[in-house]
Ligand binder design. Structure first.
Ligand code: ME8
Length: 534
């Protein structure tokens, strides 16, 4: 009965260090940025319940030409503009219950100084040289483009024509790292995930690499090159280093040793090249340990059009949370889109997913079980059943939990939140089937079946407790509320799977309550609910 579900070591034994990209604050966050952050939060929360010490980092990327131009258009200094916008990002992360442990801004001293230390060290090692760059620069991407990366002379991501740039730049000899990078991808299948992306990167690196221009002289909104302050450091190499600096590089050696390397950099496919090629090469150049995994997810589309700040479709996360709640928002994006592939968002599919999975399958299960414990057992959890009191149907149901939980663990290790939630919901559906199978309402009519009624309701109430643990990473509010309604006194976030994800731990005598629906059903499209006005 009390099978243990041993804690798996998913990716490493040390601090689990997980990052999102640091976002450009030329504008407020959109659904795409929130997508990455919610996925990262799911993994961070899961790892905490798995007993890992987690460091979950997000932040903002505040230098570069794009920021400088946006601020100039507003008549502000770039830092003043960033100071206005950054709170809007923090607010959204709070609204979506993002549990980041740290938030780094690239204009902070703890970032700027170590960036200078890093490049000075590479310069001193002879890993930086002065040259002339002539090329096509896309300000939206903050990157040079080769002609074959353009479509009809335009950047395919931003739809704009890149600018012709010619300047003296410092260069990092990226080309000489090609062999080592190829060895890295070949020797570590988890370094770039998913596999299709790994093959893409590998194929491109095999064609050879150009050296990377790492400084700019035509504007000054950046971190000065320490040995030649007429140059500022290229925004991308500045930004990538946030991951090191937040871990204490150059400022806190003891922390750096504990936290670095990152276990997982979660990024969109648009910026995989920087994370899978340039970033490890920079670290190799300074003999620093490499991150364990860079995972590139796909792009969200609305009505077939990619969302980005330059082609926004007009839907903000703030338009969705009032209707779906933070949990409904998180659940939809985690469950609906296969992580790693592109996917599309629509209001209709969000309503449908919410109603079927959250309001019906999960919400009804919770309400039914809690109201039966209320009605038949006076809202008090009975004594846990002994082994001999369990029927075969109970045992089969209890085993189903173990199978679903292990499937969730495997899915999280594969960085597949959608699969993890499929596994959790297969258990939700199994629990609904078990309710029908054991029909507590029939047992309640038979005074001779009192203990049997207690047994099945105990099994069901305990399955709700286990379910709360399974879904906390995705829907933390509903999980914590269910936990309270079951009368469990210790906070859910203090649980660890190894100790708590096993049967029979719901304490006898706990007082339950039914409460309002955890996920009130939404009216179907056209009957009151609907997308926000354009
Ligand atoms: O690239 N679908 O910042 P950024 C899914 N500052 N995710 C999307 C998306 C979409 N349509 N659009 C954007 C930068 N994203 C740099 C990063 S890191 C050292 C520096 C997400 O504000 C996705 O994670 O343009 C993508 O990688 C990120 O937002 C780009 O955010």
């Amino acid at each position: 009965m009390k099978a243990r579900y041993p804690r798996r070591t998913l990716l490493s034994d040390e601090v689990f260090y997980l990052t999102t990209p640091i976002y450009y604050v030329n504008d407020v966050p959109h659904l795409g940025n929130a997508y990455t952050t919610v996925a990262a939060d799911f993994i961070a929360r899961w790892q905490r319940l798995a007993g890992r010490e987690v460091c979950f980092l997000t932040g903002t990327d505040e230098h570069g030409l794009k920021m400088a131009r946006t601020a100039a258009a507003k008549g502000l200094e770039p830092k003043a503009w960033a100071d206005q916008i950054v709170p809007r990002w923090i607010e959204l992360w709070e609204l979506l219950d993002i549990s980041n442990d740290d938030f780094i801004r690239t204009t902070e001293e703890r970032h700027e100084r170590p960036v200078q230390t890093f490049w000075q060290a590479l310069y001193d090692k002879g890993e930086v040289y002065l040259g002339t760059y002539e090329g096509l620069y896309c300000v939206g991407c903050e990157a040079f483009k080769t002609p074959d990366e353009l479509v009809d002379g335009r950047c395919p991501l931003h739809g704009t024509e890149p600018e012709v740039v010619k300047e003296d730049n410092y260069f990092f000899p990226l080309s000489k790292y090609a062999e080592r990078l190829i060895d890295l991808y070949e020797g570590n299948p988890r370094f770039v995930m998913p596999e299709s992306r790994r093959n893409e990167v590998l194929g491109k690196v095999r064609q050879g690499l150009d050296d990377l221009s790492i400084s700019r002289t035509t504007f000054d909104w950046g971190i000065p090159i320490p040995w030649d302050p007429g140059h500022v450091i290229y925004v991308w190499v500045d930004a990538l280093q946030n991951y090191l600096n937040a871990a204490g590089f150059g400022t806190d050696d003891a922390r750096f040793k504990r936290v670095w390397p990152a276990d997982l950099h979660l990024v969109g496919k648009d910026i995989l090249w920087f994370h899978a090629v340039i970033w490890p090469a920079m670290l190799m150049a300074l003999d620093l340990p490499l991150p364990r995994t860079v995972f590139a997810h796909g792009f969200l589309q609305v009505g077939g059009e990619k969302m980005s700040k330059s082609t926004l479709t007009g839907i903000s996360p703030h338009d969705l949370v009032p209707t779906f709640g933070s949990d409904g928002y998180r659940y939809y994006f985690l469950r609906e889109i296969s992580f790693g592939l592109d996917g599309s968002f629509s209001w209709e599919s969000m309503v449908a997913r919410y109603n079927s999975d959250l309001a019906n399958d999960f919400g009804n299960l919770a309400a039914r079980v809690l109201s039966m414990v209320g009605r038949y057992l006076g809202s008090e959890i009975p004594a846990p059943p002994g082994e001999a009191e369990l029927a075969d149907s109970d045992r089969r149901f209890i085993e189903a939990f173990g199978a679903s939980f292990e499937a969730m663990e495997r899915a999280v290790a594969d960085i597949a939140p959608h699969e993890a939630l499929q596994a959790a919901w297969s258990f939700v559906r199994r629990a609904n089937a078990y309710v029908e199978e054991v029909a507590p309402w029939a047992l309640a009519k038979d005074p001779g079946a009192r203990r049997r009624l207690e047994v099945v309701l105990y099994v069901l109430a305990d399955s709700l407790r286990l379910l709360a643990l399974m879904i906390w990473a995705a829907t933390p509010r509903a999980a914590a509320e269910l936990w309270r309604r079951l009368g469990v006194e210790s906070p859910i976030e203090a649980c660890v799977f190894e100790r708590d994800a096993r049967w029979g731990l719901l304490p006898e005598g706990a007082g339950t309550s039914v409460g309002a629906p955890l996920f009130p059903r939404l009216l179907e499209e056209g009957a009151g609910a609907g997308p926000p006005a354009p």
